[in-house]
Design a protein around this ligand. Structure first.
Ligand code: AMP
Length: 400
């Protein structure tokens, strides 16, 4: 229960409005020290509920503070995460009078400058654009109380550590600092040792197994039949909101075009699309304007996309852990979902690696039996993966 935390009734009401009935593990473990004002290092990734785990304590703390001064800074790796965090801040902060602004590159300075100059209490920023604003004298951190480093390992990967050190150098020393990261590479640990005062440590295990509520299945296909198999699946199944992963940007574009031509409302996101295009695609998908979002791993990382009923691996991911990340997009926070993978013979090794990471075999769909001559390719696939022959006596998609 959220009432276990000493939160203002306005915030408890927001939590209720969001439909959060009980705290997630990172919230249960992280919020008490955060509410006490302690520094915190938390190992937790997107999907764990970490955003609310830091936003609620920030808001609780700022409720009593004077308005019109920037008092909390949340640094994050990408524009999408900045926007998402800002949206969550707007929802959780409703009725508090606290303002939050997202500060990120690729768009004009003016609206951000205005919000910063009028002292938005919460600033959610990517490091590069924030430094630009700091260089222009647009932001005043003299009253800063709380600093969050969100997705610190990704900020490291993206080369932001020097920027972060520069930003840290101009913030007041007397503040609360909280760091959230999916993994804890040595560079992040040394950063945290350097800038934090005896932080509380919270580790929420990285999921080596996906949630039990996700049904998984593998569909064997020849490379050239993947799209028609996918179209058949989309048409035959009750698929409301489908996230499809491809291996490359080019394949994402091509597939989204093929789906659109087939009369299916589809959009795509990847690194070569403009900020505007990505936002339009994401917003359209969230609102149901698009039924399908085609994405590459990098573009989708860290994005919180709610209510996904199906994740489809049009191409298997080259890194086995990415399989778990991808399919974790469905069945968020207790809901159920399905994860389907289209697998060609060339994928035999990648499939075996994924199955070894999962610690078990994925069920092959019976659809193969109906659409393509079954014995030879599947037997071959299985031989090459050195897994036993599947049992077709069960339903088409087996519940894990
Ligand atoms: P995050 O890890 O912050 O990206 O959050 C993942 C998703 O979980 C978001 O859609 C949140 O709205 C949702 N969420 C956060 N806390 C809870 C909770 N206690 N109960 C249910 N859903 C939650």
């Amino acid at each position: 229960m959220f009432t276990q935390f000493k939160l203002d009734p306005i915030l408890l009401e927001s939590v209720k409005r969001q439909g959060y009935t009980s705290p997630t593990p990172v919230q249960s473990a992280g919020m008490p020290p955060a509410l006490e004002g302690r520094d915190l290092v938390a190992t937790a990734e997107t999907g764990s509920g970490k955003t609310a785990a830091f936003l609620l304590p920030i808001m609780q703390r700022l409720l009593a503070e004077p308005r019109g001064r920037t008092q909390a800074l949340i640094l994050c790796p990408t524009r999408e995460i900045a926007l998402q965090t800002n949206e969550e801040a707007a929802k959780l902060g409703r009725g508090t009078g606290l303002r939050s602004v997202a500060v990120y590159g690729g768009v004009g300075f003016e609206p951000q400058t205005k919000a910063l100059r009028t002292g938005a209490e919460i600033v959610v920023a990517t490091p590069g654009r924030l430094l630009d604003h700091m260089g222009r004298g647009n932001v005043n951190f003299r009253n800063l109380r709380v600093l969050i480093l969100d997705e610190a390992d990704r900020m490291l990967d993206m080369g932001f550590i020097p920027d972060i050190r520069r930003i840290l150098g101009s913030l007041p020393q007397n503040r609360q600092t909280m760091l959230f990261s999916a993994t804890m590479p040595p560079e992040i640990l040394s950063l945290s040792n350097h800038f934090m005062k005896s932080p509380a440590r919270v580790a929420i295990g990285r999921p080596s197994t996906p949630p039990k509520t996700i049904q998984q299945a593998v569909y064997a296909a020849e490379p050239q039949e993947k799209t028609s198999l996918l179209l058949g699946l989309i048409r035959s199944e009750d698929m409301d909101s489908v996230l499809i992963f491809t291996r490359t940007k080019h394949r994402a574009d091509r597939l989204a075009n093929q789906l659109t031509r087939a009369g299916i409302r589809a959009a795509c996101i990847h690194g070569d699309r403009s900020q505007h295009q990505r936002e339009e695609a994401l917003d359209g998908f969230r609102r149901g304007r698009y039924r399908i979002l085609v994405a590459t791993d990098i573009a989708a990382r860290g994005l919180d996309i709610q209510g996904v009923t199906h994740v489809i691996n049009y191409d298997l991911p080259p890194i086995p852990e990415d399989y778990i990340h991808r399919i974790g997009r469905t069945a968020r926070a207790g809901a159920s979902g399905q994860a389907l993978s289209l697998v060609t013979r060339e994928d035999a090794e990648a499939l075996r690696d994924i199955e070894m990471t999962l610690g078990r075999e994925l069920p092959l769909s019976e659809l193969r039996k109906r659409t393509i001559a079954p014995e030879q390719p599947i037997a071959e696939l299985r031989r090459r993966t050195r897994a036993p022959e599947p049992d077709y006596s069960n339903a088409r998609i087996q519940v894990q």
